[in-house]
Design a binder for this molecule. Structure first.
Ligand code: ATP
Ligand code: MG
Ligand code: MG
Ligand code: MG
Length: 565
């Protein structure tokens, strides 16, 4: 690629409104451009990286025996009505009508469509197990799109769906997807952790997330220092004994803020009883910076009665959220969200974490959700300290657990029969009897991986691409090529020879100062650079520079090709 003919579009200044480094660098290096909130165009360099990630994902899916399909992004509402998610899904689902006033959605995920295909196309147990995947654009009307493509509204996902007659093959496929996800992230060269994840409505069923470790990660993950256990804090192994929970409630730290106080007052007023039926109430805070606060109400309180009688008594005006809003805050995985039973309120800073009776929990923070979940041995009282711990990455609990921030780049789920039952996806089993299929689903955030890779690989000069996903492998920087015939000739030849070998080269043939050329090459993150200048040619060498190590090396001219290839 000749830079003179290429849409490089780099920029020097750090863009406003880009909070995390990957977002800043993706804009500065000319990878993406914003079109509207959460909607981005991929410019040539960005697209090259995206396609590389996609290719690795596709390769690992094929190796694992999954078959590629492509489903429509626009999906008919009927299917969502059949599965029940038309009602369940909440405002992240973009709904619209066509010219005949028929309802449609922009697919945030494809369980319904794939189940519809499989129920029509697969009729015999002999065809199973089957794993189908696609790499395709998804749309989720995220309440707070941010961090560039990390949390976009439109994004590229690889989603796979497997169908089974028995739990054994379900477990096998789940394990093979688990392995494939590990391979994908290892091949890209990212530091990651698979963690046990909250499976939402699916309760009990198996679910893992794959997190790329980064300080900017929106999730909090806990792992045992011995390496045996790791979980998104959204998830816990087992319910905590009631007494322990009660004790932890006593110990909870109330931070002196209006919201925290309000919650505490409400909890007291309602005389909450830990052993009674659990009910959740999420109220909207009046203050702009904390649009949501959550409150757990235990016992059989009539929400309307509380609304009418109790709320006016507290200092801050409050408004009840609708069920849809609650769901949008609590969030849903590729599966969906069932009833959420939350019980234990824990107040951290300005937000409130609530814990369900099966140990999973949610933290409502800035209207944005990240989960809190922990293994039972981790004393709940320590949850209030989690944020401090995370910032310092210390290991609490006698060094047994450590916390880290993670970016969720993949999520695998065993869905059981949730969709197949609702949509009647059955096959005839060996005995000729109709049997409902078991189903698994497996998502990778292809576009999110690009951002996550930058979070882990950058310095103050720009991106440092891992070789596997670099937009270009080699950069050729000729010094004063427009004045020196020798430099031009050598640069052109090297460019030609490398290109002929199928190597992706970016050749800076612009009439630019060397400083500008170096800065662009480093910003864009090209892993290997060859500098061609008159002085070096006099010495019979070219200069090689490694982006990652910064190491420079003079390579004899006749060895350059073998050194680079
Ligand atoms: P998150 O918790 O970050 O909102 P999710 O749990 O809602 O993600 P899944 O339904 O599990 O997401 O989808 C599978 C994968 O798609 C996620 O693991 C993530 O990598 C990616 N993904 C989800 N939402 C977005 C988004 N808004 N922008 C980019 N990638 C996303
Ligand atoms: Mg989400
Ligand atoms: Mg998920
Ligand atoms: Mg998630």
């Amino acid at each position: 690629m000749r830079v003179s003919k290429y849409l490089l579009s780099t920029q020097k200044e750090t863009p406003a409104n880009a909070e995390v480094i990957s977002h800043q660098l993706m804009l500065r290096a000319g990878l993406i451009r914003l079109n509207a909130s959460g909607l981005y165009s991929w410019l040539p360099t960005g697209l090259k990286v995206l396609r590389k990630v996609e290719a690795i994902v596709r390769d690992e899916m094929e190796k694992a025996g999954a078959q590629e399909v492509l489903m429509p992004m626009v999906q008919p509402a009927d299917l969502w009505q059949e599965s029940g998610r038309w009602v369940e899904y909440g405002p992240e689902l973009l709904r619209f009508q066509d010219r005949h006033n028929r309802d449609f959605v922009l697919g945030p995920t494809h369980e319904e469509v794939i189940t519809d295909i499989v129920r029509k196309e697969v009729s015999s147990y002999k065809q199973l197990p089957m794993n189908l995947y696609q790499i395709q654009t998804k749309f989720r009307d995220e309440v707070r799109p941010r961090f560039g493509v990390m949390r976009g509204r439109e994004f590229l996902m690889k989603d796979a769906y497997s169908f089974h007659l028995d739990q054994e093959t379900m477990d096998d496929t789940y394990q093979s997807m688990h392995n494939a996800y590990s391979n994908i992230l290892s091949r890209i060269g990212l530091e990651f952790r698979p963690v046990l994840a909250d499976s939402g409505s699916i309760g009990g069923a198996m679910s893992h997330e794959f997190h790329v470790l980064a300080q900017s990660g929106e999730d909090l993950i806990a792992y045992s220092v011995d390496g045996e256990y790791a979980a998104n804090i959204e998830r816990a192994e087992a319910p905590m004994p009631t007494e322990e929970r009660a004790a932890a409630t006593q110990e909870m730290t109330l931070v002196d803020t209006l919201n925290a106080k309000t919650i505490a007052e409400l909890v007291e007023q309602f005389d909450l009883d830990i052993k009674k039926t659990v009910k959740t109430l999420i109220v909207k805070g009046a203050e702009e910076d904390t649009p949501f606060v959550a409150l757990l109400v235990r016992g059989d309180h009539d929400l309307n009665e509380i609304k009418a009688e109790k709320v006016p008594q507290v200092a801050s005006p409050l408004e009840f959220a609708t069920e849809e809003e609650i769901r949008s805050v609590i969030g849903a995985g590729p599966g969906s969200l069932g009833p959420v039973n939350l019980e234990l309120p824990i107040i951290i800073d300005h937000s409130v974490a609530v814990m369900s009776d099966f140990g999973a929990g949610a933290n409502i923070d800035d209207k944005h959700y990240f989960g809190i979940n922990w293994e039972r041995d981790l004393p709940l009282a320590q949850v209030a300290d989690i944020r401090d711990v995370v910032e310092g990455e210390q290991a609490p609990d006698g060094g047994k657990y450590a916390f880290a921030r993670g970016i969720e780049v993949g999520h695998i789920f065993q869905l059981g029969t949730k969709y197949s039952e609702a949509m009647n996806a059955t096959v005839l089993n060996e005995q000729g009897k109709s049997q409902v299929l078991l189903m698994g689903c497996y998502g990778v955030g292809v576009s999110r991986i690009v951002a996550a890779a930058i979070e882990q690989n950058h310095d103050d000069r720009g991106i440092i691409w891992p070789d596997a996903i670099a937009p270009f492998k080699i950069g050729i920087l000729p010094m004063n090529m427009h004045k020196s015939h020798r430099v031009k000739e050598l640069a052109e030849k090297l460019y030609q020879d490398l290109t002929d070998l199928g190597i992706e080269v970016i050749f800076d043939d612009r009439k630019e100062r060397p400083g500008v050329m170096f800065a662009d090459m480093e910003l864009v993150g090209v892993p290997h650079t060859i500098v061609i200048g008159d002085r070096n040619i006099d010495n019979g060498v070219l200069e090689y520079k490694n982006r990652k190590t910064g190491e420079k090396q003079d390579i004899p001219m006749d060895e350059v090709m073998s050194f680079l290839t």
